[in-house]
Design a protein around this ligand. Structure first.
Ligand code: HAM
Length: 422
């Protein structure tokens, strides 16, 4: 019989193995703790949505929508897309479930998988994970500062200090109109130096030309007028208050007038946090204000702001900086056994111990006692014991501390977590 060819995971995806899962749980626990401290509540939403949500929400001239979405027709001939990000879905859910009727601001967070058909490389995957927060109902720049400080707090809490926070304001819809005109006339003057996609975007959404990674467009993009030149007084003031608020809590930042972010929904504040540990894909967190998005998706005018952290990138930084927690997947007590009678008794004892809060394991593979104890050692069990007919009749077992080698006799009925602490 011919051997079947092994099936590998799709390109750009990766498994999180039992040896690494504690790292994810550690990061997730820190996320839960910090969100609780900042008053953000978790929201969970579907992996797939109607394609229209992202076309309208993220914007149909963005790279994400034009090039990267996993879109297909389902068996009912509906166009479905695997979520490339979480903001549009959060807004959809906020509207669909009337969360606008709950006390404002509505502060939500999520930990999700996202899907983008990108060329995989270090730090860039087709399935990746994001932690994100979204805040609805406040147009106060102090809310922008709170959202940014939540991201910085998380990263600092995990021990990452040497990050750079870049901030910018891309203005409200009327500043944007002015900037689009300015940018459009500049780009039209340089149309012969731009790629076809850029020339297509000049007419439809000139801001998106600034996302182009094509080397031939690079020089034109570098010399383009920046948005700060057209900001209205209100947007300027919003940005000033944000900067003062960040100063007041000691969050350092660099103003980058060229930062516009690659998604269409942003207004006013945009920001990114970069790490020099990450190489080409250096952005670990990106976000900003989106005061028009809720309305654009069918709600009433509601300001919003949020960010997402790429969790693979975050864990990459922790790995490079040696900031990972130790794995703790070993059991408290391994109960080895000799003979059929004792193996049944070991099974029951392990069951009783687990019910009383002690993590315990028995031999599943009918191994010799020597092999069982070797297994206990290899899997870093804290303590071990051997159960035989004598132990069953006396009700007393010898428990060995696998680290120190110390052995103590303990009555089986007295086996508790406290007694396994020597
Ligand atoms: P984004 O900049 O597209 O923003 O993604 C946020 C973060 O997700 C990036 O900074 C990066 O760390 C990570 N990321 C993005 N693409 C990939 C990929 N292919 N592989 C690995 N990691 C990736 C958003 O998604 C917005 N929804 C953020 C936001 C929330 N804005 C307001 N609220």
């Amino acid at each position: 019989m011919s051997k079947q060819i092994k099936i590998s995971a799709p390109k750009g995806t990766h498994d999180i193995l039992p040896t690494d899962v504690h790292i994810w749980q550690y990061v997730e626990k820190n996320i839960y703790d910090i969100c609780q401290k900042f008053g953000y509540n978790e929201i969970r939403f579907p992996v797939f949505e109607q394609t229209e949500l992202f076309n309208r929400g993220v914007g149909d001239t963005t790279d994400v929508v034009q090039k990267e979405m996993y879109t297909f027709n389902d068996k009912g001939d509906r166009s479905i897309t695997l979520r490339p990000e979480g903001t549009a879905s959060t807004v959809r859910s906020y509207l669909e479930n009337n969360l606008f009727n709950t006390p404002a601001p509505v502060k939500l967070f999520y930990i999700i998988t996202c899907y983008r058909y990108e060329r995989p490389q270090a730090g860039r995957y087709r399935e990746f994970r994001q932690f994100g927060v979204e805040n609805f109902g406040s147009s106060n720049p102090l809310t922008d500062a709170e959202v940014i400080s939540l991201a910085m707090n998380l990263l600092n809490k995990l021990g990452i200090e040497d990050l750079t926070l870049y901030i910018n304001s891309i203005g409200c819809s009327s500043c944007r109109k002015k900037y689009n005109e300015l940018l459009k006339s500049y780009l039209q003057m340089h149309s012969s130096e731009l790629c076809d996609l850029c020339n297509d975007r000049v007419g439809r959404n000139p801001l998106r030309v600034l996302d182009c990674k094509n080397p031939e467009c690079h020089d034109v993009i570098c010399d383009a007028p920046t948005v700060d030149t057209v900001l209205c007084d209100d947007c300027k003031n919003h940005f000033e208050v944000l900067k003062q608020a960040l100063d007041s809590i000691g969050v350092k930042y660099t103003v980058d007038n060229t930062l516009v972010r690659g998604l269409d929904y942003y207004t006013k504040t945009v920001f990114e946090i970069k790490s020099s540990d990450l190489g080409a894909q250096s952005t670990v967190c990106g976000g900003g204000r989106y005061d028009g998005l809720v309305e654009q998706l069918g709600g009433s005018s509601t300001p919003g702001i949020g960010f997402s952290v790429g969790l693979e990138r975050l864990i990459d930084i922790l790995t490079k900086k040696n900031l990972l927690p130790k794995q703790n997947d070993s059991v408290d007590l391994f109960v080895a056994s000799i003979g059929d009678n004792a193996s049944q008794a070991a099974f029951k004892l392990v069951n009783d111990l687990r019910n009383s809060g002690v993590s315990a394991e028995f031999d599943h593979l009918e191994r010799s006692v020597k092999a069982q104890l070797k297994y206990a050692d290899k899997t870093n069990a804290g303590y071990s014991t051997v159960l035989g007919d004598d132990e069953i009749s006396s009700g007393v077992i010898s428990v060995k501390n696998m680290n120190s080698g110390e052995v103590r006799d303990i009555k089986i009925e007295d086996l508790t977590a406290e007694n396994l602490n020597f």
